[in-house]
Design a protein around this ligand. Structure first.
Ligand SMILES: Cc1ncc(COP(=O)(O)O)c(C=O)c1O
Length: 460
């Protein structure tokens, strides 16, 4: 029960948010109407300022791998802030950035031994495109400036990363964007099941794009191991091996954008490791610190660093807060927890149970498909399961924003109801989650989706 005084404070907070806080990808001025104000967290749960408890089925935003309330991370941050609260890695270095770079290099596949820190994911993607361009200028192929990525994909919001992103709705207000960002089909196997067993179909689309544009103009292909936007689109077996061959044939770099898929999300330290390919660059962020402090890391192959090594040539690029000592200390403590609690092992041991708890919902006619791997799943919602008829955009809006998001929060579950592509519900809990949390997600989703079917049968 919230006291009258607490209730006044909470209302004042909501009003201030309405007036002053500019939420990201959010409508302005809606907090008084019920946008939760999350105040604290513990394990897989968070609480809002009214005392309501939520199971965080999205790990913040695919980020809080070790869960909330980890005092080890708070302690690491506090101790580092007391010792050296800030120093840049421009010209100087500091011990935690060095230690973390070496630790990441030991974890990465292949010869990805160089670590370029950023403050987050978009900066990593931006950095990867810039590095690819400068690398080719230095190695005598200055025309290689273009990049290829997939339709619907999300790679961040800065102008370069946004150009690589394949979501026209979030790009059009900012056009013209950076030229030379080519799009190819994503791997939606639910709607193109004829290609599910064919590793080459989608990969050949990439090769065709390279040939169409001229291989000598293509610098890199940017792909997520499992594509988030569109609802956890898993590629067919062998897809990445074929893409790797195509990239090698045409001298193109393969960038694995693992801002979501690294650090245990798919049950291995890196998504590329889980899917069995070695990229030239891995872009990573989010789970590296479990979100306790902002940090991104671009992990680069020795081959790409070669033209810069032992010469006066600099990668002319940097960010003040990249490799922040507090964030690096938190990342090291976070990786310690990964080791001590075998978080990747926990994901592998539990993923079948998680999947089964979601597959259980397939008896509901609104559930068209359940897909994903590790602790990263999407549930595609359809109007007619037999024909796979999708909801119209008005219906999808009514379903997602008019009903699902609020109702799931009312029932104590945070997850993503997303309409980029067909409507999907996405689940990506902290990596410490287990059968108890799967049971809660299943129960709430069954109730909400059952109610949604009734809701959608009503006239608009
Ligand atoms: C695959 C991918 N790349 C890049 C980004 C951008 O990361 P950030 O929001 O940290 O800038 C995201 C964010 O969700 C992402 O999922």
């Amino acid at each position: 029960m919230v006291s009258a005084a607490a209730s006044d404070t909470n209302f004042a907070l909501a009003e201030q948010a309405d007036r002053h806080l500019w939420g990201h990808f959010s409508s302005l001025g809606r907090s008084v109407d019920g946008m939760p104000i999350i105040e604290r967290g513990d394990g897989c749960y968070v609480w809002d300022n009214l005392g309501n408890q939520f199971l965080d089925g999205l790990a913040g935003l695919y980020t809080t791998q070790v869960g909330y309330g980890r005092t080890e991370l708070a302690k690491a941050a506090g101790e580092q802030a007391a010792e050296l609260g800030f120093f840049p890695i421009w010209t100087y270095a500091h011990p935690k950035a060095i230690e973390l770079a070496a630790r990441l290099a030991a974890l990465t596949p292949g010869d990805l031994n160089r670590v370029f820190f950023t403050s987050g994911g978009s900066e990593c993607v931006e950095s990867a495109w810039k590095l690819a361009r400068q690398f080719f200028k230095l190695t005598g192929e200055p025309l290689r400036t273009k990049v290829i990525s997939r339709n619907l994909s999300y790679h961040g919001t800065s102008m370069g990363a946004l150009s690589i992103t394949g979501l026209s709705a979030i790009k059009s207000p900012f056009e013209p964007l950076v030229p030379g960002a080519i799009k190819v089909p994503h791997t939606d196997l639910y709607r193109t099941p004829q290609h599910a067993k064919d590793e080459s179909y989608f990969a050949e689309e990439i090769e065709q794009a390279i040939l169409r544009e001229g291989p000598e103009t293509i610098a890199a292909v940017f792909l997520e191991p499992v594509q988030n936007a569109g609802g956890c689109l898993v590629p067919p077996d062998g897809y990445f091996q074929r893409v790797r061959e195509i990239c090698d044939t045409h001298g193109v770099l393969l960038v694995s954008d693992e801002v979501i898929c690294a650090y245990g999300r798919l049950g291995a330290m890196f998504g590329s490791e889980r899917l069995g390919y070695i990229p030239d660059i891995i872009t990573s962020a989010k789970g590296l610190t479990s979100g306790y402090s902002p940090l991104g890391a671009m992990l680069v192959s020795d081959r790409l660093a070669e033209p810069f090594a032992g010469t006066d040539e600099q990668f002319l690029h940097g960010y003040t807060f990249a490799g922040h000592p507090v964030s690096c200390a938190v990342a090291l403590a976070n990786l310690d927890i990964f080791d001590q609690e075998d978080l990747c092992g926990n994901v592998v041991a539990n993923e079948a149970g998680f999947r089964a708890s979601l597959d259980d919902l397939l008896d509901l006619p609104i559930v068209g498909d359940v897909r994903g791997m590790g602790y990263f799943y999407g549930i595609e919602l359809v109007k007619d399961r037999d024909s796979k008829e999708p909801f119209s955009s008005d219906e999808a809006e009514r379903l997602l924003r008019g009903f699902l998001t609020l109702r799931m929060a009312e029932l104590g579950l945070i997850c993503r109801a997303d309409g980029r592509g067909e409507p999907v519900i996405q689940l990506a809990p902290p990596l410490i989650a287990g059968p108890d949390e799967f049971e809660v997600m299943n129960r709430v989703l069954r109730q909400v989706l059952t109610e949604a079917m009734v809701e959608m049968a009503k006239p608009a």
